[in-house]
Design a protein around this ligand. Structure first.
Ligand code: NAG
Ligand code: NAG
Ligand code: NAG
Ligand code: NAG
Ligand code: NAG
Length: 886
């Protein structure tokens, strides 16, 4: 046809030079113009009968297509709006590798489907696809190794932005294979070595729990695979089977400790938000659930921006739609008049359309694909930051948040520039759409992103970002709290609003899926309680590498990035000591055994070191209290306290009086000076399991399901029936296994045999909160010095850190053995375990620093001297070990 002549003309000059060259040029020229023939518009699809003298002829035969419309795209290899040509065209396709008859029959089937009404069309296509796919089985000749054991085979889709490609999935003992039904992928079959998979994450896709994401950063062919399945069961089966394979070695993702790391300033707000997005199933590979980031700056018109001024920031406690009070009132009025299901905001903060609105300069091909070959109207494109900000704060149907690229200093704001010089059209005022117009305070694109990132990491945002997390990922995301917080979106954007699996009508299902895709999706809810705030950082940390300035100013004697990093590390350290207060010492990770004594005849249940670090007291199941001199390295006292086992002991401030709890329900007071038990009091109706004393307040815990608070000093005696002494009895649902007071005697924490942690108010003696965070007996609890968090350990093998205001688990780690005791200063924690190990953890960085083999059998009790230089442990092996820290 005409075009062919054009090409022929264009290339005559080449052909004159070299015949062979012509062939090559023609070939590549045809490759860079792509034709699309809408099936609906095709009038003829047939097997072409070759005229006798035709030179055309290939092994597979020739197909003839006649179509009333042709869409041309990618002409000359350039990304541009598609060219829709309404003209009848005939084309011949000579096939090399497939049989024309097969193709024609399939194409004709699909063409028939294309002429049907939408509903029937969807079901006919589904039937065609199903029958075709059921005829294909996994081609085992693709197996890499003849002896690979096949574990299971299933079907699923490979998801990339805007493309859902179905295929067969085969799991063997060493690899995962994906064989697409078509050959639209660069590889006929994808092979991923199980050993190269670092993470396997279940994902939500179109509001259903059918997705699975695999990360394999070291694979050659792809770093990452996102699969979806017919239903949740199929997904879960494959997930379970993959995890069972011994070839798999997943990395520790630190999922359990990110909140703690973020709170302590070890990871940035940016990284934490990326992490939360990922937890909430938002992925860079899924435009329908793309990661969402907040607007943090509210000023896009000033020439200067002062990041220390709180008024330049957006109010992070409000969703975008609630930022403008006037607009909000109008929307609420409409809301009140609306019938169910009501919504405040008719559009979402993140949809594929909005993501591409921001990223069209970087991902133009996606925009064309999504919008049927067209770019947006030039005036409605993302042309100016301040216009977009004005629109989202004033327009009654625009509530967009941002995408991570706005804060990504590594890509330096390249999405704001029309780097590829694409033709996006001309605006009404005659200007061509080019780069995005920046606010006056930004010097260039890189600087703009840099400033936004600094704002994101600023003190202001650090102190308020948890409010935004509550709105998007947390408890204000849905339900009653969402209504209160003016945060209600269209019902289809919520998970569980429709049960897609129960919808049998394919067309209805398809329409709903399209709507969900277009309207956006509320992220998976990851917190049901208020999110904790970040610790206030009195020293600001230069966490962000100044990427733009490095290149420009490196020559003019600026700090190199290395130097800046180490400076950051220093201020980081200062900050930690400032905020956390009393600490043992920095970098304690190893223990050196300096003494070991078998003082008792049975398991040692409690130890304490005297304030001057000169002596150690211990009690045991053998019912003896022992005093041991660390200086003289010998036992000084052995006191027969009771006829039953002793569970706990506590040395009072005077250094002379020691309180001991026993299984005989009594509490004993022993005075070292007089060398005798001064008094004994029946404190409980069952065994006393733990005691704690601080500044004239004694707390006793018991298997009788209560903890008692007493007014009790070294010179007072304990009178059971005097209300002056017994201040309160705190009732629990189960036996109380451990208690600890905070440093100011305002809070008490207790742990129970059924795994609950209780926080009590010591002025009103009321229960503040109850957190069932362990699945078994809580063996020990401790407050951080600022009383904001509690560390606990349990026979369920976990060590946890709980934010007591919000109940968020900041840290949770399975130690691999039952944990029996702990001791911490808010940063370093020592734990003792069932298998005799003493573990040292740095909880500011959430790292296990060291595991020391301490006792034969369980380490039951542990104490650390006030300066952190000594650690004493007691074990079931009847031994007491004294360790020097370094
Ligand atoms: C905490 O997370 C970090 C980073 O992911 C990881 O390296 C570390 O091992 C984790 N710590 C614990 C105790 O799991
Ligand atoms: C919102 O934006 C649309 C499209 O640009 C415009 O037609 C409409 O007038 C705007 N509404 C307001 C209140 O600015
Ligand atoms: C303003 O918002 C409306 C509604 O979403 C949208 O149609 C319009 O394109 C937006 N205008 C700009 C400049 O972003
Ligand atoms: C401790 O004393 C009690 C009686 O007061 C006695 O029955 C018990 O045997 C003694 N235990 C030891 C270890 O001396
Ligand atoms: C403890 O109770 C007192 C008295 O009811 C109250 O004033 C105080 O705020 C409470 N403290 C906490 C942390 O709940």
């Amino acid at each position: 046809n005409n075009n062919t002549t054009d090409y022929a003309l264009k290339f005559t000059q080449y052909s004159n030079q070299n015949k062979k060259c012509l062939q090559n040029v023609v070939k590549c020229c045809l490759q860079i113009l792509l034709f699309q023939f809408p099936l609906k518009e095709c009038v003829v699809i047939e097997n072409w009968v070759r005229p006798l003298l035709s030179k055309l002829g290939n092994k597979g035969g020739v197909i003839h297509i006649r179509c009333n419309q042709v869409v041309e795209m990618l002409e000359g290899g350039f990304i541009a709006p598609y060219n829709f040509k309404r003209e009848a065209r005939s084309c011949l396709f000579a096939l090399n590798y497939v049989n024309a008859d097969d193709c024609v029959s399939q194409m004709s089937q699909l063409r028939r489907a294309a002429t049907l009404p939408a509903a029937e069309q969807a079901s006919m296509i589904a039937a065609i696809v199903l029958s075709r796919q059921s005829r294909v089985s996994f081609d085992t000749s693709w197996l890499e190794d003849l002896y690979e054991k096949i574990v299971m085979e299933t079907t699923g889709n490979k998801i990339t932005p805007l493309v859902v490609n179905p295929g067969r999935i085969l799991l063997t003992c060493s690899r995962l294979y994906f064989q697409p039904y078509n050959n639209a992928e660069p590889w006929p079959v994808l092979k991923i070595k199980l050993s190269s998979i670092t993470r396997v994450v279940k994902r939500r896709f179109l509001l259903r729990h059918v997705g699975l994401e695999l990360y394999c950063p070291d694979e050659y062919s792809l770093k990452h695979l996102f699969l979806t399945f017919k239903n949740k069961e199929d997904r879960d089966t494959l997930y379970t089977e993959i995890l069972k394979q011994s070839a798999l070695s997943l990395e520790d993702t630190g999922q359990e400790n990110m909140t703690l790391l973020w709170q302590n300033g070890v990871i940035s707000n940016y990284d934490y938000l990326l992490y939360l997005n990922s937890l909430a199933d938002r992925s860079f590979n899924d435009l329908t659930q793309y990661p969402v980031f907040p607007w943090v700056i509210a000023d896009y018109t000033s020439t200067q921006l002062d990041l220390t001024n709180p008024s330049v920031y957006r109010d992070l406690s409000k969703s975008v739609g609630a930022l403008n009070e006037e607009r909000l009132q109008k929307l609420k009025q409409r809301y009140d008049e609306m019938s169910e299901p009501k919504f405040l905001y008719g559009s979402h903060y993140s949809t594929p359309g909005f993501v591409l609105y921001y990223l069209v300069r970087k991902m133009p091909q996606y925009m064309l694909c999504l919008q049927n070959g067209r770019f947006d109207n030039p005036d409605r494109m993302f042309n100016s930051i301040s216009d977009t900000w004005r629109n989202i704060t004033t327009n009654s149907s625009d509530f967009k948040e941002l995408v991570p690229q706005f804060y990504d200093t590594e890509t330096k704001g390249d999405f704001l520039c029309n780097i590829q010089h694409l033709d996006f059209g001309v605006r009404q005022d005659g200007t061509k759409v080019g780069d995005v117009e920046l606010p006056p305070w930004a010097e260039d694109h890189c600087g703009f992103v840099q400033t936004l990132r600094e704002a994101l990491e600023s003190d202001f945002v650090s102190q308020h970002i948890h409010e935004w997390i509550d709105l998007v990922f947390g408890y204000k995301q849905q339900g009653e709290e969402a209504i209160k917080a003016n945060n209600v979106f269209y019902y289809l954007t919520y998970e569980g609003s429709v049960d897609l699996d129960s919808i049998k009508d394919l067309n209805e299902k398809y329409c709903l899926e399209v709507q969900i895709m277009e309207f956006g999706q509320i992220p998976k809810q990851i917190f049901v309680q208020p999110h904790p705030s970040r610790h206030s950082l009195s020293v600001s940390m230069p966490l962000i590498e100044k990427s733009c300035w490095n290149t420009n100013k490196a020559a003019s004697g600026e700090l190199s990035s290395d130097k800046r990093d180490s400076a950051g590390e220093d201020s980081h350290r200062k900050l930690r000591t400032q905020t956390i207060g009393q600490q043992w010492s920095r970098s304690m990770s190893s223990l050196e055994l300096i003494a070991e004594h078998k003082l008792h005849k049975d398991a040692v249940t409690a130890v304490c070191i005297s304030k001057d670090s000169k002596s150690v007291f211990s009690v045991s199941l053998d019912s003896l209290l022992k005093m041991y001199s660390l200086e003289e390295k010998r036992q000084l006292r052995s006191i027969n306290i009771s006829h039953m086992a002793l569970s706990s002991c506590y040395l009072m401030e005077d250094g002379k009086t020691i309180v001991v709890g026993s299984w005989d329900n009594y509490v004993y007071k022993y005075n070292i000076e007089y060398g005798k038990v001064l008094e004994n009091t029946m404190a409980h109706d069952d065994a006393v399991t733990d005691i704690c004393w601080n500044n004239d307040v004694l707390v006793t815990a018991s298997s009788d399901s209560s903890a008692k608070v007493w007014h009790y000093g070294p010179h007072q005696s304990l009178r059971m029936h005097s209300t002056a002494d017994l201040l309160a009895e705190l009732d629990h649902e189960a036996g109380v296994s451990c208690v600890t007071l905070d440093s100011s005697n305002t809070l008490l924490v207790s742990g129970t045999t059924d795994g609950h942690i209780n926080i009590w108010n010591l002025s009103s003696f009321s229960l503040i909160d109850n957190f069932p965070i362990h699945t078994a007996l809580v063996t020990d609890v401790a407050f951080s010095p600022d009383s904001s968090t509690v560390a606990s350990c349990s026979t369920d093998q976990t060590l946890k850190v709980l934010d007591i205001k919000t109940g968020t688990q900041l840290f949770s780690k399975d130690a691999g053995e039952e944990l029996r005791c702990l001791c911490w200063d808010g940063s370093t924690v020592f734990t003792g375990g069932e298998r005799g190990n003493i573990m040292v953890w740095d909880l500011t960085k959430a790292q296990l620093l060291n595991t020391i083999s301490g006792h034969i059998g369980p380490v039951i009790c542990i104490d650390v001297s006030e300066d952190g230089s000594l650690v004493v442990t007691g074990g079931e092996d009847k031994k007491i070990s004294v360790w020097k820290t370094s």
